[in-house]
Design a protein around this ligand. Structure first.
Ligand code: AMP
Length: 279
């Protein structure tokens, strides 16, 4: 497995591969866990050559967010990638000239709600860096996690709007035994907060169960979720039910509209997100 730091080197190396092999890209910010590994396994099944990018993208962090303390574990990441059969890690020191790009992408509507409402500019930063990675790697497929559902919906829309020649694959969320969605930010939790954090998926699961039992009124489903969070002393930054693709708010579940419940909450030092389908 090669670790490449320079975009021009990567382009050169991949140009040779591209003639005979399909290329998959798995974009990450590193500190790899089993969730990332599941993305890599999917990429390996679907393409001949797998590139994992590791880049903590400053453009997607707000001024008071955790850019500086975001965990960076390059040696452990490289080991996991070797074990997982990754062909190449792309680990650039930066992707932007000077203080940042003068030309960037702006995402409308989809980026104004959920995480975008409290993290203005976040999805512009995500779209810009993913577009840059697509330009450098020129993958046939790119694999993203459903854990960041809003990000996945935005990337799918970006690919459509910009006519990018890449297939986007979404991979279901990988969870800890107690249901907590795996995340690099789970490292910020102390033992007590870690136990409390399992409540997030429990609240979503209870809502999904109720929806499955035929309760279609979103206010009722949301009240169930809030009650479970409240009991654990957790106040959601948001708990919402939205259309899975358009992210428009829903008042009632309908058979012809895919719906998901979305949740964000601050627990101790971590801001955690999760989502689940309401079938
Ligand atoms: P990150 O390194 O957190 O930016 O995540 C990189 C990619 O891994 C994104 O596509 C995430 O959605 C995905 N990912 C993160 N956590 C999980 C998880 N628990 N299960 C599945 N995919 C995940």
């Amino acid at each position: 497995m090669k670790i490449i730091h320079n975009p021009a080197d990567l382009c050169r190396q991949l140009a040779k591969r591209r003639k005979s092999q399909s290329i998959a890209l798995v974009p990450t910010m590193g500190c790899l866990h089993d969730g990332h590994m599941h993305l890599i396994e999917t990429a390996r099944k679907m393409a001949d050559f797998v590139v994992v990018s590791i880049y903590v993208n400053p453009l997607q962090f707000g001024a008071n967010e955790d850019l500086d303390r975001y965990p960076r574990t390059p040696e452990a990441d490289a080991k996991r990638c070797v074990q997982a059969g990754v062909d190449m890690i792309f680990h650039p020191p930066t992707l932007y000239a000077d203080a940042g790009p003068l030309v960037s992408l702006h995402v409308q509507q989809l980026a104004d709600v959920l995480c975008g409402a409290s993290r203005p500019g976040h999805f512009d930063g995500v779209a810009t860096v993913v577009n840059i990675l697509f330009n450098i790697v020129q993958p046939d497929i790119a694999v993203f996690g459903e854990k960041d559902w809003q990000q996945l919906a935005i990337i799918r829309r970006m690919v459509r709007d910009l006519h990018l020649p890449v297939q986007i694959i979404g991979v279901p969320t990988v969870r800890e035994c107690d249901g907590l969605a795996m995340s690099s930010r789970n490292r910020y939790l102390d033992a007590a907060d870690r136990r409390r954090a399992a409540t997030l998926s429990q609240a979503l699961k209870a809502m999904a169960r109720q929806a499955g039992d035929g309760i279609h009124d979103c206010a009722t489903l949301l009240a169930t979720g809030h009650a479970i969070l409240h009991e654990a002393g957790i106040e959601a930054e948001y708990l919402e039910i939205r259309h899975a693709d358009t992210l428009q708010a829903l008042h009632r579940l309908q058979h012809d509209q895919p719906a998901r419940a979305f949740l964000a909450a601050r627990i101790g030092k971590a801001r955690l997100i999760d989502n689940m389908p309401l079938d």
